[in-house]
Design a protein around this ligand. Structure first.
Ligand SMILES: [Mn+2]
Length: 335
């Protein structure tokens, strides 16, 4: 059982609260922010709240947020953060990460700030961010931890919050398909449905309302598929040209990495995505005992044992060779 008393006391004592999460926010990150921001208003008045995203909110997740978020570089600059702009907030709540590298623009500020930072996270790798940290690496999603906070505080969960937390948990578990699903995951999901979450509506909204450009980009990515190590390791890539030629948005790439898992022999996947600044972002997945968090950490990335990410300061072909070699070595090692 997690002790939420310090977290609840910290929230109660804060008249102005800022909520933030990792760059390239996913369903768990945004579901937690939406639920927390809305939930706090219901139990703790008057309170001023502000959401801050470090990269923009993907359109298909916008419904999870009750208010327009600030976006780093648009409503707030790194310079303003450095000169103390965020000191006006009594509390900064960070959800779904505690890793500095995932908090571009505010990581240093959060590390230096010794009071008024509260973290809810479920990742293996983290830095010393947060005066109060609620970290449970056994939770399938940060949304499970936030749900437990609502319960510990006796906070009401209406349909908006139920949808947000259901989305957080459902997206981080691949809609309840991944190994991280445990009994509590489904119990909590059931309780959220009882509070008004609508799984059918959410599924359609999250996965079946994309424009054609997304499928066109996916087709281009699938054309790059290569299989190594007796089909156990799948490698794919996406270039800036592919994004431009298909007209697809970068945010559509989320979840593409799982496509090769429909091949029975595939145990691990490496997806490389060329970035606008010509560096390379890689997503690593595993469904065997290969620990992709360990592989990613060698290059300054991280995540979970079965799902991790890393950015290499290399052009795509070089990054591909480096990470392919590392994945092959890890796969052979774990045989
Ligand atoms: Mn998460």
């Amino acid at each position: 059982m997690i002790d939420f008393q310090s977290a609840l006391a910290l929230i109660k004592s804060a008249p102005r609260i800022l909520f933030t999460t990792h760059a390239r926010p996913d369903g768990d990150a945004l579901g937690c922010l939406g639920a927390l921001e809305s939930g706090i208003h219901a139990v703790h008045t008057p309170v001023q709240t502000q959401l801050l995203l470090l990269t923009p909110c993907p359109d298909h997740y916008r419904f999870l947020l009750g208010q327009d978020p600030w976006v780093m570089g648009q409503n707030l600059t790194e310079e303003q953060v450095k000169t103390g702009r965020l000191d006006e907030f009594d509390l900064i709540i960070v959800a779904d990460t505690a890793a500095k590298r995932q908090l571009p623009g505010i990581g240093d500020y959060l590390t230096a700030r010794k009071t008024g930072v509260l973290v809810f996270d479920h990742h293996l790798s983290h830095d010393s961010i947060g005066a109060v940290r609620v970290i449970d690496t056994s939770a399938a999603a940060a949304g499970e931890i936030v749900f437990a906070l609502f319960q510990a505080g006796g906070w009401p969960i209406g349909p908006f919050i139920a949808d947000a937390l259901f989305t957080a948990i459902a997206t981080d578990t691949g809609w309840f398909r991944f190994e991280n699903v445990h009994t509590d995951t489904l119990t909590i999901a059931g309780q959220l449905i009882a509070c008004g979450a609508r799984p059918d509506v959410l599924y359609r909204r999250l996965f079946q309302e994309f424009p054609p450009e997304r499928l066109k980009l996916q087709a281009r990515m699938v054309e790059t598929l290569e299989l190594h190590e007796n089909n156990r390791l799948a490698v794919m890539h996406i270039t800036n040209d592919m994004l431009r030629e298909t007209g697809a948005r970068r945010s559509y790439i989320e979840n593409f990495v799982n496509e090769p898992m429909q091949i029975g022999a595939v145990e691990a996947v490496l997806l490389l995505v060329e970035q606008e600044d010509a560096t390379t972002r890689a997503s690593l997945r595993s469904r065997c005992n290969l620990d992709v968090n360990a592989v990613a950490q060698v290059f300054g990335g991280g995540g979970h044992a079965r799902a991790a990410g890393v950015t290499l300061n290399e052009k795509l072909p070089i990054a591909r060779e480096i990470l392919l070699a590392a994945m092959k070595a890890a796969l052979v090692e774990k045989q």
